[in-house]
Design a protein. Structure first.
Length: 327
């Protein structure tokens, strides 16, 4: 896992090259919605892109994590199926249903049954490198989603510049990021972790949580401001030394949310002193996102070392998939 994290910037560069070479044609279809279907490490890219395009697309983009698909999927829908292995059973069923609904489909995968499905049905296909853990390949799926939206003429922003800025930043600040990640990881040993981020970055917080789950083998949860200041904040009313709190934000975040964050810190500080700030860096959404993803991947890796767990091992998921395949 360490080597894969170290190669994140290379992965992003390679993914940009793959996206530029993709051959997708959408004719004259005018899409009324976009649905991204995927789970786990294959689907989290959809959640991150969903927040990026919140104020950029003229049509809604939703993320589907079910076997079924929304009733609204029809011939005017752009349906993007993401499965790194190509064998995620939920995604395979969902894309099959999307085909029946006559949606325009694009598949993003490294192979497997999804690639076969796309080839057989002459469906748009972007193939990405294989034989890596899906959670270590976020750069591939994330960037390809952006290119699909561009080729469909729904997204017109210059996301490449943002990604290059993110690559430049993490390459420049690698040692400092590793030092910070080690310090934060030390505060998370033998703890459950509460991750609080700002609205608009929930996908990033979920990604961090998932990395702590799979790499570090710990329980964690995430929530966003302002939503959690209308409910979860009430749950903080007793000392709990088994929880570590991480506040994730950028100094330029919406002023009212920064105010809420400061109040939240005071409330939680009455009951918990184990907290750390993760301050995002960068001018654009993806420069900040790439910085955050890389920093928190290092946190999850160093915590796995401190917990003496193999970050690559996910036996319980393998067992679950094996049992499901027998049914």
């Amino acid at each position: 896992m360490k080597e894969l994290i170290e190669k994140f910037s290379q992965q992003l560069l390679e993914s940009l090259s793959i996206g530029k070479k993709a051959r997708l044609s959408f004719g004259t279809v005018k899409f009324s919605q976009v649905v991204v279907s995927g789970l786990g490490g294959s689907g989290i890219g959809g959640s991150i892109v969903q927040e990026y395009v919140f104020d950029k697309l003229a049509v809604p983009l939703s993320v589907n994590k079910h076997y079924a698909i929304p009733k609204s999927v029809n011939k005017d829908t752009l349906f993007i199926a993401c499965s790194y292995s190509g064998n995620t059973e939920e995604t395979l069923q969902a894309v099959s249903e999307a085909k029946k609904a006559k949606a325009t489909i694009v598949c993003i995968t490294s192979g497997g049954a999804l690639a076969v499905f796309a080839t057989k049905n002459k469906i748009g296909l972007i193939e990405i490198p294989s034989e890596m853990p899906p959670r270590a390949c976020l750069g591939y799926s994330l960037v390809q989603l952006l290119y699909v939206l561009r080729y469909s003429k729904l997204l017109k922003t210059n996301f490449e510049d943002e990604i290059h800025a993110g690559i430049k930043r993490i390459n420049k600040e690698t040692k400092a990021m590793q030092k910070q990640a080690k310090a934060i990881a030390e505060n998370l040993v033998d703890k459950q972790v509460a991750i609080y981020s700002m609205a608009g970055r929930e996908g990033l917080a979920i990604r961090f949580r998932q990395q702590l789950n799979e790499n570090s083998k710990i329980l964690a949860w995430s929530n966003v401001i302002p939503e959690m200041t209308h409910n979860e904040i009430v749950g903080w009313r007793a000392e709990n030394k088994n929880i570590a709190v991480l506040y994730c934000y950028h100094p330029s975040d919406f002023a009212k949310n920064i105010e809420r964050l400061n109040v939240l810190k005071k409330v939680i500080g009455q009951y918990n002193s184990n907290s750390s700030d993760i301050v995002l860096k960068g001018e654009s959404y993806f420069e900040q996102a790439i910085y955050f993803i890389h920093l928190t991947d290092w946190i999850s890796f160093y915590l796995s070392e401190l917990n003496q767990h193999d970050p690559m091992e996910v036996k319980v998921i393998d067992v679950l998939k094996s049992k499901m395949a027998k049914k």
